[in-house]
Design a protein around this ligand. Structure first.
Ligand code: 48H
Length: 263
């Protein structure tokens, strides 16, 4: 049988648009495909929730590929080892309390497991705004990253989601958009993004979890974005907090979705 180029095109277009059409009205939309976003997506999809993840770059994984200063190993503390085990990521103890994993194996496995769990992943897509009703975020406003990079004046498309997660890392892009649109109204002490503080690994890993919460109705923060929103410090190349924060965001949203259904 001769391979028909037209059918290759048709298969790709058909399958992609099917994926897109199924992701126009979701339970959860995640912006950012670093470790926090991937872990959140995995736990949500595994619980049967309809979830899509949008990542600006071609590859998923955010800041995990480069380990620390491009030395491609990451450190994970004991409290997060169960997540590595659930995903099937190899790790070994370096010293008591300090475990390491190969960042390439870690990030590719996180991505693979998130995709296999049923998260609809859209790479090369950036969230440039949110869908807003006066006091609630109800979705994301998306455009192709190459459109953004080329500075083309092309209007975006919007998708609806009952909950949105800002997992955009240090940049905290979604929360910053909301802060611009409704100044002083986000759920931080000042009503604005508090801003990330200098490195203090131990404090940061604890605060990342405390800061993983709904910061505006319909909008949760996870991972580094949670610390930047609430003024926590950075932690360097230790990744347990990112993994645990993704899982916690998923748990909090699952319970919110559950409450919505019963109210
Ligand atoms: C679509 C977007 C947009 C947008 C950004 O930076 P990340 O890896 O984020 P986390 O929170 O999962 O992990 C943080 C960790 O990698 C890290 O930086 C640590 C631990 N730092 C410590 C320290 O001291 O420096 O991933 C965020 C992802 C990236 O892939 C971005 O491309 C993507 O989000 N992104 N995608 N639309 N508007 N903004």
């Amino acid at each position: 049988m001769e391979i028909d180029e037209m059918l290759i095109s048709k298969a790709i277009v058909d399958r992609f648009f099917n994926k897109l059409l199924n992701s126009l009205n979701m339970d959860v939309a995640i912006v950012g495909g670093g470790p926090a976003g991937l872990v959140a997506g995995y736990y949500l999809a595994s619980a049967g929730v309809n979830v899509a993840l949008y990542e600006r770059k071609l590859s998923l994984g955010g800041g995990m590929w480069g380990g620390g200063m491009m030395f491609n190993e990451i450190v994970v503390q004991p409290s997060a080892l169960s997540i590595l085990d659930e995903f099937g990521i190899m790790h070994s103890e370096y010293e008591k309390g300090y475990h390491t994993a190969d960042s390439i194996e870690a990030v590719s496995t996180l991505t693979s497991q998130a995709a296999k769990s049923g998260v609809s992943i859209f790479n090369c897509v950036s969230a440039e705004d949110v869908l807003m009703r006066p006091d609630k975020v109800i979705g994301a406003v998306l455009n192709w990253s190459p459109v953004e990079m080329a500075g083309l004046h092309i209007d975006p498309l919007a998708v609806r989601a009952r909950y949105l997660i800002d997992a955009t890392g240090h940049a905290t892009e979604v929360v910053k958009v909301v802060q611009e649109k409704v100044p002083g109204k986000i759920g931080t002490p000042s009503g604005h993004v508090e801003g990330e503080k200098s490195m203090w690994s131990d404090e940061a890993e604890t605060l990342t979890l405390q800061n993983t919460q709904e910061v505006f109705p319909g909008l949760f923060v996870a991972g580094m974005a949670a610390n930047a929103t609430f003024g926590g410090p950075r932690m360097g190349a230790i990744f347990g907090g990112m993994l645990l924060s993704g899982k916690l965001a998923a748990e909090k949203i699952l319970s919110a979705l559950n409450n919505d259904t019963h109210n």
